[in-house]
Design a protein around this ligand. Sequence first.
Ligand code: HEM
Ligand SMILES: N[C@@H](CC(=O)c1ccccc1NC=O)C(=O)O
Length: 280
Amino acid sequence: MCPHSEEPAAWHDASLDFSKDMSYSDYLALDQLLAAQHPLSPEHNEMLFIIQHQTSELWMKLMLHELRAARDHIGQSLLGPSFKMLARVSRIMDQLVQAWTVLATMTPPEYTAMRPYLGKSSGFQSYQYREIEFILGNKNAAMLSPHAHHPERLAHVQKALETPSLYEGAIQLLARKGLAISAERLNRDPTKGTEYDPSVEAAWLQVYRDPTHYWDLYELGEKLVDLEDSFRQWRFRHVTTVERIIGFKRGTGGTDGVSYLRKMLDVVLFPELWRLRTNL
Ligand code: HEM
Ligand SMILES: N[C@@H](CC(=O)c1ccccc1NC=O)C(=O)O
């Protein structure tokens, strides 16, 4: 009963006996999920480092779920659902951009104390991140090597390398809608990363110069630019946070560290969609 009234407590009708029914924790497999954090160091701040990455990887799992579905819908010219999926992916990326404020609470001495325990491990070896880069067209077969020892992870990245990217699907859609794309571009090796093509820019320019006629393609173009905009912000927040925490030390993954990550800021996923803005 409520302490000061005759009314039953607000939670009075809540289900309380889960001996025979699925509960919140059962449905979310929380026993497994919350038992998956294994700090290697005695440092207080390692839990932050682990959970920051595990939550990022869960968001990446959802991004891939949505990106694969968006690519399938674009392949079937079903653009409405693909727009919703791409918008969701951009919002997830925004979430990952904001998440850097939590990790930025880790100071250099705190990270330095736990860094030796990381060995050669690095986000460079994130197979979900690599799949995301690949499905967006930033492909590089060399990035399979860190997974060569692990058949299941290798299969994920290998499949992503061999499957035409989401942007490839958008270019094929432009051609299906009657826009002139070069035969060489339409028949390009899907394992190769996206490279600027003048016929693709000319096609996007035709769309952006007549949005009323090509509204669905125009909206697809802007959804892709939204996504790359958010991705660029993620890359920038990562390199800035890294510089805050390890300066210009070499990375545990073997790269030059911040120097390498700064080069990644120059990656352009959808080159023609950015170049057309200059020529519109
Ligand atoms: C203290 C925090 C962090 C530091 C010092 C750091 C440092 C680095 C460095 C130096 C690299 C270059 C590869 C290497 O040599 O290791 C890298 C790559 C990477 N990191 Fe981080 N990182 C941090 C946090 C994160 C977080 C929270 C994520 C989220 C998933 C992340 C994801 C990645 C990814 C995906 C790459 C590969 C990037 C690419 O190849 O373009 N990192 N990180
Ligand atoms: N490359 C980082 C180490 C690192 O960032 C890391 C290590 C293990 C698991 C996730 C990591 N985060 C992203 O790269 C460093 O050089 O300190």
